[in-house]
Design a protein around this ligand. Structure first.
Ligand SMILES: [Zn+2]
Length: 582
């Protein structure tokens, strides 16, 4: 039977663990001091050893003569547990919603263990449990029998209810440093007698990105590729899929193709890569693009396999230098903030949205990128630029970074910005504080404002350059103003799982009522098109239905329906009122 490397070399004692010594020490001490807790929460990135340590611990607490805190593997209990026992149960919360399992667990946990002293329940991916399942689990955790130990493992501790958290001892697993991964891989390769090149091992360890499991599954694919594990083999196996997807994402971001960029993010994250790792990959590629754009001996400096370098080079040639710089700055800022946000994914998506969507920012940097983009479009077909080497263009265009650039928080989220939150998410129409208006005034004189203003900051929808006067005033059927309706919508959307992209795209919409139709306007073609896509449209429809709005429309600013139609609609909808159009 073929056993994967990861399973074949899975540590069966604490000493064989790759890192996580801070956790191992605590658990060993508890076993030796006989002060074992009833509930543990193991958190940390995937593939860092949460389940492995949970299993070792489960056997160690039952072992009759633990050796230095680890199970001895010899005593009758250890042997019984090796063959599988009712005393150690693993529940995968990701494979079902868990209510039935949690209720079942609550009942079965009362029976004493069969072989050892403790019954150990390992609940993997515990954040996937439904509220009902969490409640059932909580009842068990509140009064656990003396013989029960719960180990909850998760990659997303922020999704665990506080009531559960407060009953657990939390242990945070860390990403494994590259040199430790390398060491582990080398020892395995030596053991299975596979010759290897050092560069190959280093490349595989790097690709593992802190996860032992990921590294070993990559190694597995590389090992079967050729007799000797060579760097070329690793590049052939690895380079491809992963690199191309990131390259596609970055290329889309730099050419302002938001839809493709966000699509790539969805795909990469769905495959299990963490937000932090993806962000690092993007930044690494951006820096390679910068090198390819600026340095004559880039190929040597980057020392990438040929076809990967060709891809970097081609992105570098197509991208505007300033857009690369701007994207890098936005993403570096996001990376430094990532540790402090509750939803890293939304942060990443917002950053990519901003990088691939300069019209969402009012700062001068963004405006220059837009202008360059337009000029580029006008120039298409004219080969004049090719006479100047790309590197010189880049140098000429790159300004000294100015400290006066306005803070890039135009697209930030409500929790980071109390004023926005208040206005956006209150059921009442936002109070138009005079004081706030005055404070904002000077800033608006200096910075060219884009037409799409944040909803809450726009008292009257007054398009500055629209030739036709706004004849159709926002109408509010009953109590519901467009602002209230939209605020409700955004709040409901925020609570909807996996709505990060949609939320980000909706954040700058301008809402008005036309009859009973809530019209959402955006200045961006990309956003208008994306929101009209079936999946997004359906998601919005569902949420609007929840808040009692049956008709809505997404519109690109300027594309208003014929005035006559709108007037007719109005008359139809409000037949009881005398409507006069002047
Ligand atoms: Zn034992």
């Amino acid at each position: 039977m073929h056993l994967s490397l990861y399973r074949r070399f899975r540590p069966d004692s604490f000493d064989k663990m790759v890192r996580q010594e801070h956790i191992v020490r605590i658990l060993k001490n508890q076993i030796e001091g006989n002060s074992i807790g009833h509930a543990y929460l193991f958190t940390g990135p995937r593939g860092t050893g949460k389940t492995t340590i949970a299993r070792i611990f489960a056997r160690a607490v039952n072992c009759e003569h633990p050796k230095d805190g680890s199970p001895c593997g010899q005593c009758p209990t250890c042997r019984a547990l090796q063959e599988g026992s009712l005393d150690i149960s693993e529940i995968d919360a990701a494979s079902n919603n868990g209510v039935a399992e949690m209720r079942d667990l609550r009942e079965k946990v009362q029976y004493p263990p069969v072989t050892g002293r403790y019954k150990v329940y390992i609940v993997d991916e515990v954040h996937m449990l439904t509220d009902a399942a969490f409640n059932a689990l909580l009842k068990t955790l509140e009064e656990p029998p003396a013989h029960a130990i719960f180990i909850l493992a998760t990659t997303e501790p922020q999704k665990i209810p506080a009531t559960i958290l407060s009953r657990c001892m939390r242990l945070d697993f860390k990403l494994i440093p590259e040199e430790d991964l390398e060491k582990h891989l080398r020892s395995i390769l030596d053991e299975i007698g596979k010759p290897y090149e050092e560069e190959a091992v280093a490349a595989i360890a790097r690709a593992g990105a802190g996860s032992d499991r990921d590294m070993l599954s990559i190694a597995e694919a590389c090992i079967v590729y050729s007799d000797k594990l060579t760097y070329d083999a690793v590049c052939a196996v690895l380079g491809a899929a992963d690199f191309h997807e990131t390259a596609k994402l970055v290329s889309a971001m730099l050419t302002f193709d938001l839809e493709t960029a966000i699509g790539c993010v969805e795909r990469v994250l769905a495959e299990g890569k963490s937000v932090g790792v993806l962000l690092k990959d993007i930044l690494q590629l951006l820096s390679r693009i910068t090198v390819a754009k600026t340095c004559k001996n880039a190929e040597k400096l980057l020392s990438l396999p040929k076809e990967l370098f060709a891809e970097v080079k081609s992105i570098a040639e197509r991208a505007d230098g300033r857009a690369v710089l701007r994207a890098t700055e936005i993403l570096i800022k996001t990376e430094s903030e990532l540790r402090f946000v509750s939803s890293p994914r939304i942060s990443l998506e917002t950053a990519i949205l901003r990088a691939s969507h300069p019209e969402s920012d009012a700062d001068s940097e963004a405006l220059i990128v837009r202008i360059n983009h337009l000029e580029e479009a006008l120039k298409k077909g004219v080969p004049a630029v090719s006479a100047i080497p790309m590197s010189e263009v880049w140098h000429a265009e790159t300004p000294a970074p100015t400290k006066e650039t306005p803070p890039e928080d135009d697209f930030s989220f409500p929790e980071e910005e109390p004023i926005f939150e208040e206005a956006y998410f209150s059921d009442e129409p936002a109070p138009r504080s005079k004081e706030r208006g005055e404070r904002e005034a000077p800033a608006m004189q200096n910075i060219p404002q884009p037409q799409t203003k944040r909803h809450a900051e726009v008292p009257v929808p007054a398009p500055t350059s629209e030739p036709a006067p706004q004849t159709v005033q926002p109408i509010s059927p009953g109590e519901m103003t467009a602002e209230v309706a939209f605020g409700k919508f955004m709040r409901a959307l925020r609570k909807t799982p996996r709505s990060g992209v949609l939320f980000t795209m909706c954040a700058d919409l301008l809402a008005t009522f036309e009859g009973e139709t809530l019209v959402l306007t955006t200045e961006s073609d990309t956003i208008a098109t994306a929101l009209r896509r079936e999946d997004h449209r359906k998601a919005m429809e569902d949420i609007f239905a929840q808040i009692g709005i049956s008709s809505f429309e997404v519109r690109k600013q300027g594309a208003k329906p014929a005035l006559k139609n709108a007037v007719e609609e109005l008359k139809n909808d409000f037949g009881d009122y005398p409507i006069e159009i002047k």
